[in-house]
Design a protein around this ligand. Structure first.
Ligand code: NIG
Ligand code: FE
Length: 399
Protein backbone atom coordinates (compact mmCIF):
# COMPACT_ATOMS: atom_id res chain seq x y z
CA UNK A 1 0.00 0.00 0.00
CA UNK A 2 1.33 3.46 -0.98
CA UNK A 3 2.29 5.58 2.03
CA UNK A 4 4.16 8.82 2.63
CA UNK A 5 5.98 10.17 5.66
CA UNK A 6 6.72 13.90 5.85
CA UNK A 7 9.39 14.78 8.40
CA UNK A 8 11.29 17.83 9.52
CA UNK A 9 8.25 20.15 9.58
CA UNK A 10 9.00 23.31 11.56
CA UNK A 11 5.29 24.22 11.66
CA UNK A 12 2.45 21.84 10.92
CA UNK A 13 -0.54 24.14 10.46
CA UNK A 14 -3.53 21.86 10.94
CA UNK A 15 -6.22 24.62 10.92
CA UNK A 16 -7.75 22.34 13.54
CA UNK A 17 -7.05 21.98 17.24
CA UNK A 18 -4.22 22.49 18.10
CA UNK A 19 -3.84 24.85 15.16
CA UNK A 20 -0.06 24.54 14.96
CA UNK A 21 2.29 21.71 15.97
CA UNK A 22 5.99 22.56 15.89
CA UNK A 23 8.78 20.11 14.93
CA UNK A 24 6.17 17.79 13.53
CA UNK A 25 5.68 14.84 11.18
CA UNK A 26 2.71 13.55 9.15
CA UNK A 27 2.11 10.03 7.92
CA UNK A 28 -0.30 9.39 5.04
CA UNK A 29 -1.58 6.02 3.85
CA UNK A 30 -4.05 5.08 1.11
CA UNK A 31 -4.64 8.75 0.35
CA UNK A 32 -5.57 9.72 3.91
CA UNK A 33 -3.80 11.25 6.86
CA UNK A 34 -3.07 8.38 9.21
CA UNK A 35 -0.95 10.00 11.93
CA UNK A 36 0.25 13.49 12.85
CA UNK A 37 2.11 14.92 15.79
CA UNK A 38 5.49 15.97 17.14
CA UNK A 39 8.23 14.12 15.26
CA UNK A 40 9.73 12.89 18.52
CA UNK A 41 6.48 10.96 19.14
CA UNK A 42 6.48 9.26 15.73
CA UNK A 43 5.42 5.62 16.27
CA UNK A 44 8.19 3.10 15.49
CA UNK A 45 5.96 0.78 13.48
CA UNK A 46 5.01 3.19 10.64
CA UNK A 47 6.31 1.77 7.39
CA UNK A 48 6.51 4.46 4.72
CA UNK A 49 7.02 3.57 1.06
CA UNK A 50 8.23 7.17 0.54
CA UNK A 51 9.71 9.74 2.92
CA UNK A 52 10.09 13.46 2.20
CA UNK A 53 11.66 16.18 4.27
CA UNK A 54 9.89 19.53 4.65
CA UNK A 55 13.39 20.90 5.24
CA UNK A 56 12.30 22.97 8.20
CA UNK A 57 9.38 24.53 6.30
CA UNK A 58 5.63 24.61 6.81
CA UNK A 59 3.05 21.92 6.05
CA UNK A 60 -0.54 23.11 5.77
CA UNK A 61 -3.80 22.07 4.08
CA UNK A 62 -3.96 22.55 0.31
CA UNK A 63 -5.83 25.74 -0.52
CA UNK A 64 -9.47 25.70 -1.67
CA UNK A 65 -10.60 27.98 -4.48
CA UNK A 66 -14.39 27.91 -4.12
CA UNK A 67 -15.28 30.21 -7.07
CA UNK A 68 -13.68 29.92 -10.51
CA UNK A 69 -14.58 30.04 -14.19
CA UNK A 70 -11.55 27.93 -15.23
CA UNK A 71 -13.17 26.43 -18.34
CA UNK A 72 -13.38 28.85 -21.27
CA UNK A 73 -11.85 29.56 -24.65
CA UNK A 74 -10.32 32.80 -25.88
CA UNK A 75 -8.71 35.74 -24.16
CA UNK A 76 -10.08 39.18 -23.29
CA UNK A 77 -6.71 40.86 -23.16
CA UNK A 78 -7.91 43.55 -25.59
CA UNK A 79 -10.61 44.54 -23.07
CA UNK A 80 -7.94 45.09 -20.44
CA UNK A 81 -6.28 47.39 -22.92
CA UNK A 82 -9.61 49.26 -23.39
CA UNK A 83 -10.15 49.47 -19.64
CA UNK A 84 -6.65 50.85 -19.20
CA UNK A 85 -7.81 53.69 -21.45
CA UNK A 86 -10.79 54.43 -19.26
CA UNK A 87 -13.63 52.35 -20.77
CA UNK A 88 -15.49 50.55 -17.99
CA UNK A 89 -16.48 46.86 -17.70
CA UNK A 90 -20.23 47.49 -18.03
CA UNK A 91 -19.73 49.67 -21.15
CA UNK A 92 -17.63 46.93 -22.75
CA UNK A 93 -20.32 44.38 -21.90
CA UNK A 94 -23.06 46.58 -23.41
CA UNK A 95 -21.05 46.89 -26.62
CA UNK A 96 -21.06 43.09 -27.02
CA UNK A 97 -17.76 42.37 -25.27
CA UNK A 98 -17.47 40.89 -21.80
CA UNK A 99 -19.10 37.58 -20.98
CA UNK A 100 -20.79 37.33 -24.39
CA UNK A 101 -17.47 37.50 -26.23
CA UNK A 102 -16.16 34.54 -24.18
CA UNK A 103 -19.43 32.76 -24.97
CA UNK A 104 -18.72 33.08 -28.71
CA UNK A 105 -15.19 31.65 -28.35
CA UNK A 106 -16.36 28.85 -26.05
CA UNK A 107 -19.13 27.81 -28.43
CA UNK A 108 -16.57 27.51 -31.25
CA UNK A 109 -14.03 25.47 -29.25
CA UNK A 110 -14.08 21.68 -29.12
CA UNK A 111 -14.40 19.83 -25.80
CA UNK A 112 -10.80 18.69 -26.24
CA UNK A 113 -9.53 22.26 -26.70
CA UNK A 114 -11.46 23.43 -23.65
CA UNK A 115 -10.13 20.50 -21.63
CA UNK A 116 -6.50 21.11 -22.58
CA UNK A 117 -6.68 24.82 -21.76
CA UNK A 118 -8.49 24.27 -18.45
CA UNK A 119 -6.18 21.45 -17.43
CA UNK A 120 -3.17 23.70 -17.99
CA UNK A 121 -4.73 26.37 -15.73
CA UNK A 122 -5.61 23.77 -13.12
CA UNK A 123 -2.04 22.46 -13.03
CA UNK A 124 -0.55 25.95 -12.79
CA UNK A 125 -2.91 26.85 -9.97
CA UNK A 126 -2.08 23.56 -8.24
CA UNK A 127 1.62 24.45 -8.33
CA UNK A 128 0.71 27.65 -6.47
CA UNK A 129 -0.90 25.52 -3.74
CA UNK A 130 -4.58 25.12 -4.63
CA UNK A 131 -5.72 21.51 -4.32
CA UNK A 132 -9.53 21.88 -4.47
CA UNK A 133 -11.37 23.85 -7.14
CA UNK A 134 -14.94 24.83 -7.83
CA UNK A 135 -15.49 25.35 -11.57
CA UNK A 136 -18.57 26.91 -13.18
CA UNK A 137 -20.16 26.50 -16.58
CA UNK A 138 -21.82 29.64 -17.98
CA UNK A 139 -19.93 30.40 -21.17
CA UNK A 140 -22.19 28.21 -23.30
CA UNK A 141 -25.64 29.65 -22.66
CA UNK A 142 -27.11 27.13 -25.09
CA UNK A 143 -27.86 23.50 -24.31
CA UNK A 144 -25.09 22.00 -26.45
CA UNK A 145 -22.27 24.19 -25.15
CA UNK A 146 -23.38 24.10 -21.53
CA UNK A 147 -23.31 20.30 -21.76
CA UNK A 148 -19.89 20.50 -23.42
CA UNK A 149 -18.61 22.53 -20.46
CA UNK A 150 -20.14 20.01 -18.05
CA UNK A 151 -18.37 17.21 -19.94
CA UNK A 152 -15.03 19.05 -19.61
CA UNK A 153 -15.54 19.64 -15.88
CA UNK A 154 -16.43 15.94 -15.52
CA UNK A 155 -13.19 14.95 -17.25
CA UNK A 156 -11.17 17.26 -14.99
CA UNK A 157 -12.91 15.68 -11.99
CA UNK A 158 -11.75 12.25 -13.12
CA UNK A 159 -8.21 13.16 -14.16
CA UNK A 160 -7.11 15.68 -11.54
CA UNK A 161 -5.76 13.95 -8.44
CA UNK A 162 -7.04 16.83 -6.26
CA UNK A 163 -10.71 17.71 -6.10
CA UNK A 164 -12.98 19.48 -8.59
CA UNK A 165 -16.56 20.60 -7.82
CA UNK A 166 -18.81 21.56 -10.71
CA UNK A 167 -21.40 24.34 -10.66
CA UNK A 168 -23.99 24.96 -13.35
CA UNK A 169 -24.15 28.66 -14.30
CA UNK A 170 -26.49 28.57 -17.30
CA UNK A 171 -28.02 31.71 -15.75
CA UNK A 172 -24.88 33.80 -16.24
CA UNK A 173 -26.41 36.28 -18.69
CA UNK A 174 -29.16 36.04 -21.31
CA UNK A 175 -27.46 35.13 -24.59
CA UNK A 176 -27.70 37.49 -27.56
CA UNK A 177 -30.17 35.34 -29.52
CA UNK A 178 -32.70 35.57 -26.65
CA UNK A 179 -32.15 39.28 -26.03
CA UNK A 180 -35.73 40.13 -26.92
CA UNK A 181 -37.22 36.94 -25.53
CA UNK A 182 -35.77 36.26 -22.10
CA UNK A 183 -38.83 34.23 -21.13
CA UNK A 184 -37.88 31.67 -23.78
CA UNK A 185 -34.33 31.47 -22.37
CA UNK A 186 -35.75 30.90 -18.90
CA UNK A 187 -37.89 28.09 -20.31
CA UNK A 188 -34.81 26.55 -21.93
CA UNK A 189 -32.97 26.76 -18.60
CA UNK A 190 -35.78 25.22 -16.59
CA UNK A 191 -37.11 22.65 -19.02
CA UNK A 192 -33.95 21.42 -20.70
CA UNK A 193 -30.65 22.60 -19.28
CA UNK A 194 -31.22 22.04 -15.56
CA UNK A 195 -32.74 18.54 -15.87
CA UNK A 196 -30.08 17.38 -18.34
CA UNK A 197 -27.20 18.80 -16.32
CA UNK A 198 -28.66 17.20 -13.17
CA UNK A 199 -28.55 13.81 -14.89
CA UNK A 200 -24.79 14.03 -15.49
CA UNK A 201 -24.13 14.39 -11.73
CA UNK A 202 -21.05 16.49 -12.51
CA UNK A 203 -22.43 19.73 -11.02
CA UNK A 204 -23.50 19.63 -7.39
CA UNK A 205 -24.58 23.28 -7.36
CA UNK A 206 -26.48 25.81 -9.41
CA UNK A 207 -25.45 29.47 -9.57
CA UNK A 208 -27.21 32.58 -10.89
CA UNK A 209 -25.67 35.99 -11.66
CA UNK A 210 -28.18 38.34 -10.05
CA UNK A 211 -27.52 41.86 -11.31
CA UNK A 212 -28.86 44.48 -13.71
CA UNK A 213 -27.99 43.21 -17.17
CA UNK A 214 -28.00 39.61 -15.96
CA UNK A 215 -30.91 38.03 -14.00
CA UNK A 216 -33.51 39.64 -11.73
CA UNK A 217 -34.18 38.76 -8.12
CA UNK A 218 -37.49 37.10 -9.14
CA UNK A 219 -35.91 35.10 -11.97
CA UNK A 220 -33.13 33.91 -9.68
CA UNK A 221 -35.70 32.77 -7.15
CA UNK A 222 -37.59 30.81 -9.78
CA UNK A 223 -34.44 29.16 -11.18
CA UNK A 224 -33.02 28.27 -7.77
CA UNK A 225 -36.27 26.95 -6.38
CA UNK A 226 -36.48 24.50 -9.26
CA UNK A 227 -32.76 23.67 -9.07
CA UNK A 228 -33.20 22.75 -5.41
CA UNK A 229 -36.03 20.39 -6.33
CA UNK A 230 -33.59 18.67 -8.68
CA UNK A 231 -31.08 18.28 -5.84
CA UNK A 232 -28.67 21.13 -6.60
CA UNK A 233 -27.09 23.21 -3.85
CA UNK A 234 -27.31 26.95 -4.46
CA UNK A 235 -24.58 29.57 -4.76
CA UNK A 236 -25.11 33.06 -6.14
CA UNK A 237 -23.24 35.93 -7.81
CA UNK A 238 -24.81 38.92 -6.04
CA UNK A 239 -24.44 42.60 -5.15
CA UNK A 240 -21.36 43.00 -7.37
CA UNK A 241 -22.18 46.38 -8.95
CA UNK A 242 -25.10 47.50 -6.76
CA UNK A 243 -27.10 46.29 -3.78
CA UNK A 244 -29.74 43.97 -5.21
CA UNK A 245 -30.69 42.38 -1.86
CA UNK A 246 -28.70 39.40 -3.12
CA UNK A 247 -27.29 38.42 0.26
CA UNK A 248 -30.83 38.27 1.67
CA UNK A 249 -31.93 36.19 -1.33
CA UNK A 250 -29.12 33.72 -0.67
CA UNK A 251 -30.28 33.44 2.94
CA UNK A 252 -33.91 32.95 1.92
CA UNK A 253 -32.95 30.20 -0.55
CA UNK A 254 -30.70 28.41 1.95
CA UNK A 255 -27.72 28.92 -0.38
CA UNK A 256 -24.30 27.60 0.61
CA UNK A 257 -22.71 30.93 -0.24
CA UNK A 258 -23.24 34.38 -1.69
CA UNK A 259 -20.35 35.67 -3.77
CA UNK A 260 -18.92 39.08 -4.77
CA UNK A 261 -20.94 41.21 -2.27
CA UNK A 262 -19.09 44.46 -3.03
CA UNK A 263 -22.34 46.38 -2.33
CA UNK A 264 -24.04 44.01 0.15
CA UNK A 265 -26.35 45.80 2.61
CA UNK A 266 -26.36 45.56 6.40
CA UNK A 267 -29.77 43.81 6.22
CA UNK A 268 -28.39 41.17 3.87
CA UNK A 269 -25.35 40.66 6.11
CA UNK A 270 -27.63 40.04 9.10
CA UNK A 271 -29.74 37.57 7.09
CA UNK A 272 -26.62 35.72 5.87
CA UNK A 273 -25.27 35.42 9.41
CA UNK A 274 -28.58 33.98 10.61
CA UNK A 275 -28.85 31.47 7.75
CA UNK A 276 -25.15 30.49 7.91
CA UNK A 277 -24.51 31.53 4.31
CA UNK A 278 -20.77 31.84 3.63
CA UNK A 279 -19.81 35.26 2.23
CA UNK A 280 -17.34 34.66 -0.59
CA UNK A 281 -15.21 37.72 -1.30
CA UNK A 282 -13.35 37.91 -4.61
CA UNK A 283 -10.77 40.62 -3.95
CA UNK A 284 -8.73 39.81 -7.07
CA UNK A 285 -11.81 40.66 -9.15
CA UNK A 286 -12.37 43.97 -7.34
CA UNK A 287 -8.67 44.75 -7.76
CA UNK A 288 -8.48 43.91 -11.46
CA UNK A 289 -11.67 45.82 -12.34
CA UNK A 290 -10.49 48.99 -10.68
CA UNK A 291 -10.39 48.41 -6.97
CA UNK A 292 -12.78 51.22 -6.03
CA UNK A 293 -14.98 49.09 -3.86
CA UNK A 294 -14.27 45.91 -1.93
CA UNK A 295 -16.70 43.66 -0.09
CA UNK A 296 -17.17 44.76 3.53
CA UNK A 297 -15.43 41.70 4.95
CA UNK A 298 -14.87 43.31 8.36
CA UNK A 299 -18.56 44.08 8.77
CA UNK A 300 -19.46 40.56 7.68
CA UNK A 301 -17.02 38.89 10.08
CA UNK A 302 -18.08 41.14 12.94
CA UNK A 303 -21.73 40.27 12.22
CA UNK A 304 -20.90 36.54 12.43
CA UNK A 305 -20.73 35.69 8.71
CA UNK A 306 -18.05 33.18 7.75
CA UNK A 307 -15.98 34.81 5.02
CA UNK A 308 -14.19 32.79 2.35
CA UNK A 309 -11.88 34.18 -0.31
CA UNK A 310 -11.73 32.85 -3.86
CA UNK A 311 -9.98 33.99 -7.03
CA UNK A 312 -13.00 34.16 -9.41
CA UNK A 313 -10.46 33.24 -12.11
CA UNK A 314 -12.11 34.20 -15.42
CA UNK A 315 -10.88 35.78 -18.66
CA UNK A 316 -12.60 39.13 -18.03
CA UNK A 317 -12.70 40.37 -14.46
CA UNK A 318 -9.77 38.39 -13.02
CA UNK A 319 -7.43 36.34 -15.22
CA UNK A 320 -5.50 35.13 -12.17
CA UNK A 321 -5.65 31.91 -10.15
CA UNK A 322 -3.16 32.76 -7.40
CA UNK A 323 -5.21 32.36 -4.22
CA UNK A 324 -2.35 33.63 -2.06
CA UNK A 325 -2.41 36.87 -4.00
CA UNK A 326 -6.18 37.18 -3.46
CA UNK A 327 -5.41 36.71 0.24
CA UNK A 328 -2.86 39.51 0.27
CA UNK A 329 -5.35 41.86 -1.42
CA UNK A 330 -7.97 40.86 1.19
CA UNK A 331 -5.56 41.75 3.98
CA UNK A 332 -4.58 45.14 2.55
CA UNK A 333 -7.95 46.23 1.10
CA UNK A 334 -10.53 44.50 3.28
CA UNK A 335 -8.88 44.82 6.69
CA UNK A 336 -8.78 41.08 7.26
CA UNK A 337 -6.15 39.74 9.64
CA UNK A 338 -3.71 37.19 8.21
CA UNK A 339 -5.28 34.50 10.40
CA UNK A 340 -8.71 35.38 8.97
CA UNK A 341 -7.27 35.17 5.46
CA UNK A 342 -5.83 31.68 6.08
CA UNK A 343 -9.17 30.60 7.50
CA UNK A 344 -10.90 32.07 4.42
CA UNK A 345 -8.85 30.06 1.88
CA UNK A 346 -9.09 26.77 3.75
CA UNK A 347 -11.87 25.88 6.23
CA UNK A 348 -14.36 28.61 5.29
CA UNK A 349 -13.95 27.81 1.59
CA UNK A 350 -14.57 24.14 2.47
CA UNK A 351 -17.83 25.15 4.16
CA UNK A 352 -18.87 27.01 0.99
CA UNK A 353 -18.36 23.75 -0.92
CA UNK A 354 -19.94 21.68 1.87
CA UNK A 355 -16.94 19.35 2.07
CA UNK A 356 -14.71 18.04 4.78
CA UNK A 357 -11.44 19.67 3.82
CA UNK A 358 -9.20 22.60 4.61
CA UNK A 359 -7.91 20.92 7.80
CA UNK A 360 -5.22 18.36 8.46
CA UNK A 361 -6.95 15.68 10.42
CA UNK A 362 -6.55 11.93 10.87
CA UNK A 363 -8.88 10.10 8.49
CA UNK A 364 -9.20 13.03 6.05
CA UNK A 365 -7.90 13.09 2.47
CA UNK A 366 -4.22 14.05 2.48
CA UNK A 367 -4.25 17.16 0.27
CA UNK A 368 -1.31 19.08 1.71
CA UNK A 369 1.25 21.66 0.70
CA UNK A 370 4.84 22.09 1.85
CA UNK A 371 6.01 25.71 1.95
CA UNK A 372 9.61 26.81 1.74
CA UNK A 373 8.90 29.49 4.32
CA UNK A 374 9.47 29.97 8.02
CA UNK A 375 5.75 30.37 8.69
CA UNK A 376 2.37 30.23 6.97
CA UNK A 377 2.02 34.03 6.79
CA UNK A 378 5.16 34.56 4.73
CA UNK A 379 3.59 33.83 1.29
CA UNK A 380 0.97 36.53 2.01
CA UNK A 381 3.75 38.99 2.83
CA UNK A 382 6.25 38.17 0.08
CA UNK A 383 3.33 38.18 -2.36
CA UNK A 384 3.01 37.45 -6.06
CA UNK A 385 5.61 34.69 -6.06
CA UNK A 386 5.36 31.03 -5.14
CA UNK A 387 6.64 29.58 -1.88
CA UNK A 388 5.22 26.12 -2.50
CA UNK A 389 7.94 23.47 -2.49
CA UNK A 390 5.73 20.42 -2.82
CA UNK A 391 2.05 19.65 -3.38
CA UNK A 392 0.64 16.40 -2.03
CA UNK A 393 -2.64 15.22 -3.51
CA UNK A 394 -4.38 12.26 -1.87
CA UNK A 395 -1.12 11.33 -0.16
CA UNK A 396 1.07 11.48 -3.27
CA UNK A 397 3.72 14.06 -4.21
CA UNK A 398 2.54 15.88 -7.33
CA UNK A 399 4.60 19.00 -7.93
O1 NIG B 1 -17.62 36.45 -11.57
N1 NIG B 1 -20.06 38.38 -12.39
C1 NIG B 1 -20.20 37.70 -13.35
N2 NIG B 1 -19.38 36.81 -13.86
C2 NIG B 1 -17.98 36.81 -13.80
C3 NIG B 1 -17.39 37.57 -14.92
C4 NIG B 1 -17.12 36.70 -16.02
C5 NIG B 1 -16.57 37.40 -17.22
O2 NIG B 1 -16.42 38.64 -17.27
O3 NIG B 1 -16.28 36.63 -18.14
C6 NIG B 1 -17.45 37.23 -12.47
O4 NIG B 1 -16.84 38.30 -12.32
FE1 FE C 1 -17.63 34.63 -10.92
Amino acid sequence: MQSLLIKNIARLVTMNSPKVITNAAVFCEAGKVKWLGAEKDLPQNLNATETVSAEGGVVMPGLIDCHTHLVHAGSRQHEFNQRSQGVDYLEIAKAGGGILSTVLSTRKATAEQLYQAANERLKNAMKLGTTTFEIKTGYGLELKTELKMVEVIGRLQKDFPGRVHGTFLGAHVVPREYKNNRKAYLRLLLEQMLPQVAETRVCSACDVFVEEGAFTFAEAKQICTFAKELGFEIRLHVDQFADGKGGALAAELGALDADHLDYVSAESIAAMAKANVVGVALPGESFFTGGKNYPPARKMIDAGVKVAIATDYNPGTNPNYNLWLAGTIAATQMQMSLDEVLQAITVNAAQALKINAGKIQVGETADLIILAAADEYYPLYNYGTSHVRQVILAGKCCK
